[in-house]
Design a protein around this ligand. Structure first.
Ligand code: ASP
Length: 327
């Protein structure tokens, strides 16, 4: 029988209590054994509590610890399942994908919209599917949710109350767990390394009509990297008429040596800074196209890149696909 490590980090899946009361982290493993006893028929499971947090409390330092724990333990297992809250599950999945280059075993994150102890919970099926994916699915960081397996660094949370809580707008699913479970090959590294360092000093700027450029200009001296969530193909106001041109933000960032990654507010397709005048201006000021990365992937990759690369090497790291996060 294959051996899997089940690492619990927290989230609704393992909470007890009923809405509308606040959900509190509960005694997770006892509930797993009571509610999903058949899990132990699928694999030889070892349980470990990493944390018991609502995922809104997940922070970059905890991503580093989690990646370190996975790297320390994975050689004794055929794969790892990580239970996690849905709110920041996509960020943690991104972080693990960047921190564990060369990974060649499945690391599957899952969560739930309803606690495992409740009637009509989605946690039971998500757990069984995540274990199935860790046994038979691609050997990379993935997210298993509502009968689908996604590349971890391609997902975003799209629903608060429906069971299909995630999608992966620019990448096909890596598995469908219907009557049969069918998986794609996915990535598969050549040997795991641990790169757990991150520098969280980045800022995410979402452009909107009326944004006063003085606000991002005043933030720039306090950050080491900036992600701009621009319109469409990578556009932003650049006309000076009403004093709202954001061109100065890109120029000032270059002077301060703050790398700027541009991603799009439109979830499907990718940024092309050569398409319109404002994008071109950003590019001339050194802005880096985030291509079709999700906003979460861009933010987490910038944090990881800043801690591990400098200058041109950092630019190249951000521009290429390092873990399948961009096309
Ligand atoms: N607030 C919860 C969390 O992210 C939501 C969930 O797990 O679905 O931990």
């Amino acid at each position: 029988m294959k051996k899997l490590l089940l690492l619990h980090t927290g989230g609704t899946l393992g909470m007890t209590g009923r809405r509308p009361d606040a959900l509190k982290p509960g005694s997770f493993f006892r509930t797993v054994q009571e509610r999903v006893p058949e899990l132990t028929k699928l694999a030889d499971l070892e349980f470990e509590v990493f944390s018991n947090l609502d995922s809104c409390e997940m922070q970059p330092e905890l991503w580093s610890k989690l990646a370190t724990r996975v790297a320390q333990r994975i050689s004794k297992f055929d794969g790892v399942v990580i239970t996690h809250g849905t709110d920041t599950l996509s960020e943690t999945a991104c972080a693990l994908s960047f921190m564990l280059p060369g990974l060649n075993k499945p690391v599957v994150l899952t969560g739930a919209q309803r606690p495992l102890g409740e009637i009509r919970t989605d946690a039971r099926l998500n757990l069984i599917d995540a274990v199935t994916s860790a046994l038979h699915g691609p050997r990379e960081v993935t997210v298993c949710f509502d009968s689908h397996l996604y590349r971890g660094n391609r997902v975003r949370k799209v629903s608060i109350a429906e069971y299909d809580a995630f999608d992966s707008p620019n990448h096909p699913v890596l598995g469908v767990l219907g009557v049969d479970a069918k998986f794609q090959r996915g990535l598969a590294g050549k040997g795991l390394r641990l790169m757990e360092q991150v520098d969280p000093r980045v800022f995410l700027l979402r452009i909107f009509p009326g944004l006063d450029p003085q606000i991002p200009l005043s933030i720039l001296p306090h950050v080491r990297g900036l992600v701009v969530e621009a319109y469409g193909a990578g556009n932003f106001p650049s006309s000076d008429e009403l004093g709202r041109s954001l061109t100065s933000v890109f120029e000032r960032a270059r002077q301060l040596d703050v790398p700027v990654v541009v991603v799009s507010q439109a979830p499907r397709n990718g940024v092309d800074l050569s398409l319109y005048e404002s994008g071109n201006r950003a590019r001339r000021s050194g802005a880096i196209s985030g291509g079709d990365m999700t906003v979460s992937a861009a933010v987490v990759k910038l944090m990881h890149g800043l801690a591990n690369h400098r200058g041109n090497a950092l630019r190249k790291y951000l521009e290429r696909s390092v873990a399948g996060e961009r096309s």
